[in-house]
Design a binder for this molecule. Sequence first.
Ligand code: ZN
Ligand code: ZN
Length: 129
Amino acid sequence: MNMSMSSGQRIIVRCMCGGTRDNHEPGCPQERLNNLVTQQRHIRCPKCGHPAVGVNDDDFYECRDCHTQYTIANMFENAEREFLDDPRASDIRAVQVHPLKGTGKFRLDKLIDEARAELVKASKKKRRH
Ligand SMILES: [Zn+2]
Ligand SMILES: [Zn+2]
C-alpha cells in the first residue's frame, strides 16, 4: 500500500544534525542557535519606541537603535525613571535611564551571528554530498 500521500501529517522534522527538531544530536549548531535566540531580548524602548532593547556586555539594558541605557539598580540620583516590559522578568521592570549612551556591544547578538554563520557553513557542506 502506498502511504506517501497521507504521511504528511505524521512527518518528523529532521534536523541537519541527524536528530529531530525536538531531539538534537550533541553539539548541533541549530540547537545552539535556538538556545541563544531564546535568551535574546527585543523589548520596546521607552525612548524611541523601537523593539530593540537587550542586555549589553555591561549588564545594562540598552536600545540597539538609540543606544539609551537603562539600569534596574538605583545608581543615579534624580535619574529619569521608565518601565521596561522584559518578557524574561516576572514583572514590568522599573528602571533608571542611564545618563550615558551605550556603545552597542551585545555579546549575545555576536554569538548568534557566529552561530548563524556556522550553520550556513555546515548546511552548505552537507548539500555538497
Ligand atoms: Zn540538530
Ligand atoms: Zn531606543
